[in-house]
Design a protein around this ligand. Structure first.
Ligand SMILES: C[S@@+](CC[C@H](N)C(=O)[O-])C[C@H]1O[C@@H](n2cnc3c(N)ncnc32)[C@H](O)[C@@H]1O
Length: 238
């Protein structure tokens, strides 16, 4: 998925100079982008200090200290200057915004981007507003709870919020099939973790195992949920 983000951030041959990763995790996307975009400078924000520490080590070891900066910040309110980035991306993080349509995340992304700047979001979304059956609702809740996700926005309302916050040229693609290799990978990871579980390993692994199993349990409900990429640009006129 890092390669998809890199491809989506380009404008033909042009690569953005100042980029922000809204929820950089362990820094793997930043690492790949810094390798592919030799003139870019990337800021990664995250609320988890352990992950930031790990990302710092990885990026320093790879020799990117000059072009990468990491900071502890909430992507809903980073405190960074307005209009300070040419591009922003959020890989599986916008779903952590507590607001129903992820409006706080979108408002901050809009504030941070220069007019004409690009935003790329890759995440899970609900496909419609229709009520879910009890079984689907139960699996959905179990899965979001396991990943500590407050809720998934519907893709339509997410698009409406983007327009409200001054984004245009909104391109939305359901890339659920791109997630298939990861889904197929789950049984292998689960088997490995299950063996460790039987050997009484740590609770973090046990929790991760449960989250993976709930993700797998969601796969028959493709008519309700999808994995999307959303690419849009900040309007030139505000
Ligand atoms: C599923 S991980 C994805 C990490 C990374 N983007 C990746 O693809 O590897 C979600 C990340 O979002 C971060 N996160 C969640 N809520 C956040 C917030 N309000 N502000 C900044 N980071 C946040 C978590 O700490 C975690 O690193």
């Amino acid at each position: 998925m890092n390669a998809v983000v890199a491809f989506s951030l380009r404008n033909g041959d042009q690569i953005p100079k100042g980029i922000i990763d809204l929820g950089c995790g362990f820094g793997s996307t930043m690492l790949q982008l810094l390798q592919q975009f030799p003139t870019s400078v990337i800021t990664g924000v995250n609320i988890d200090d352990e992950q930031l520490k790990f990302a710092q080590e990885v990026l320093s070891k790879a020799g990117f200290s000059q072009r990468a900066s990491l900071m502890h910040a909430n992507f809903q309110e980073t405190g960074l200057p307005t209009h300070s980035f040419d591009a922003a991306y959020a890989l599986e993080t916008s779903c952590y915004d507590e607001s129903e349509y992820k409006s706080a995340f979108i408002t901050e992304a809009s504030r941070l981007l220069r007019p004409g700047g690009k935003l790329v979001v890759v995440d899970g979304f609900r496909k419609h507003h229709r009520p879910l059956t009890n079984l689907v609702k139960w699996c959905y809740r179990k899965c979001t709870d396991a990943w500590a996700i407050p809720s998934l926005a519907t893709i339509e309302r997410f698009e409406t919020e983007l327009r409200k916050q001054g984004f245009e040229n909104i391109e939305i693609k359901d890339i659920s099939w791109n997630g298939l290799p990861s889904i197929l990978h789950i049984p292998f990871v689960v088997s490995k973790l299950f063996i460790s579980y039987l050997q009484k390993t740590d609770p973090v692994k046990r929790h991760y195992l449960q989250a993976l199993l709930w993700t797998l349990a969601m796969s028959p409900f493709k008519s309700h949920f999808g994995y999307y990429i959303v690419i849009c640009t900040k309007c030139n006129v505000e």
